[in-house]
Write a protein that binds this ligand. Structure first.
Ligand code: NAP
Length: 325
């Protein structure tokens, strides 16, 4: 990485900050502004990250808008990640494979669509446990957007076997076929929700990844914690609440387990690196994320963000609506 890239507007301070942000609907809950603005501030970069509520029907117009305004890039969250595919000038191989864009870079007026979720997940495994998927057997719960990113990343990183379990078996089967075609991993879909004994499915597994939304409500768990025993490790991609029932219960049984914070921080760090051309200050991003999360948990989903110097609290994102798309 060579050094900070300047926005279209040029050098620091001349034309205001270099703009970045997140589009989503809803987007109120996003803690990404806290994470990115803390990172920009810590490195003295004249960048600013904002959040915008953009419905799918306005995505094309919103992208055109940020191009005209000279944004360096944006993150996309639900429900825009898939809708953006057809609006990019170029897709990275990861975005193309996963079928979703979570980060857009804008260079010379052209949109490049990236997907940093899978690499963010791998980085979090390496950082926390020095865990490398090569040769490992992984049980993946879920077949939605997060599961797709994780499955392709694990397959690409040399996992020996991936077993996908999903409430809707057809989605697990189609994801298994796609990952098996694209990587060397042996990928199968298992029907767990219909009563197959967990113990049999988990035999020989090195890692369980929960990529379902089960666990977001307190007290629910996608796997009975009593069947999870060391040396299996558990990653629950849910990060709110920070300690899901699954992570809490298996940790007490001596199983190494973490939530989705690492993946979230690292996918953000990778976006930061694409936009700025500089290594991301991961520790600062994590600290900012945790503090925003603690604030959000306490009351009201308010994200704290500010420019290079200021720190402003916004209760609501900027609304973006358009009739013509
Ligand atoms: P998604 O595309 O909507 O997929 C949801 C998945 O959860 C599907 O596999 C769905 O099964 C399953 N599911 C939902 N309700 C269920 C239930 N009651 N019982 C069993 N399965 C159920 O969502 P996503 O974007 O993949 O997100 C999934 C989770 O990952 C969310 O909790 C999200 O917060 C988390 N996530 C974390 C990160 C991170 O960086 N840490 C990034 C992305 C997502 P069906 O196919 O049967 O509907």
């Amino acid at each position: 990485m060579s050094g900070p890239r300047q926005g279209r507007g040029g050098a620091k301070g001349r034309n205001g900050p270099v703009l970045t942000g997140v589009f989503g609907d809803p987007v109120e809950h996003s803690l990404s502004p806290a994470m990115h603005n803390a990172a920009f501030r810590s490195l003295g970069l004249p960048f600013l990250y904002l959040k915008f509520r953009v419905p799918v029907s306005s995505l094309r117009a919103a992208l055109r808008g940020v191009r005209i305004l000279g944004f360096r890039g944006v993150n996309l969250t639900i429900p825009l990640k898939e809708a953006a595919l057809g609006l990019m000038d170029k897709l990275t191989p990861q975005a193309e494979r996963v079928g979703a864009v979570n980060t857009v870079t804008i260079e010379g007026g052209r949109f490049e669509g990236h997907n940093t979720d899978g690499e963010g997940f791998l980085r979090s495994l390496r950082e926390t446990w020095r865990f490398r998927p090569r040769g490992k057997r992984v049980m993946l719960l879920g077949a939605g957007g997060a599961a797709r990113a994780v499955a392709f990343a694990l397959g690409g990183a040399g996992a020996r076997e991936i077993v996908i379990v999903n409430r809707t078996p057809g989605r697990a089967r189609s994801l298994a076929r796609a990952v098996a075609r694209a990587t060397r991993a042996s990928v199968t879909a298992a029907r767990l929700w219909r009563g197959t004994p967990w113990e049999r499915i988990l035999e020989g597994a090195d890692l369980i990844v929960n990529a379902t939304s089960v666990g977001m409500k307190r007290g629910e768990t996608p796997v009975p914690p009593s069947v999870v025993r060391p040396p299996i490790r558990v990653v629950d991609l849910v990060y709110s609440p920070p300690t899901t029932k699954l992570v809490g219960a298996v940790s007490r049984r001596g199983v190494r387990a973490m939530n989705g914070e690492g993946m979230l921080v690292h996918q953000g760090a990778l976006a930061f690196e694409r936009w700025t051309g500089m290594p991301a200050p991961v520790r600062i991003m994590r600290r900012a994320f945790r503090s925003a999360m603690a604030g959000a948990e306490k009351g009201g989903m308010r994200a704290h963000f500010g420019g290079p110097r200021a720190c402003v609290t916004f209760a609501r994102p900027i609304e973006f609506k358009s009739r013509r798309v």
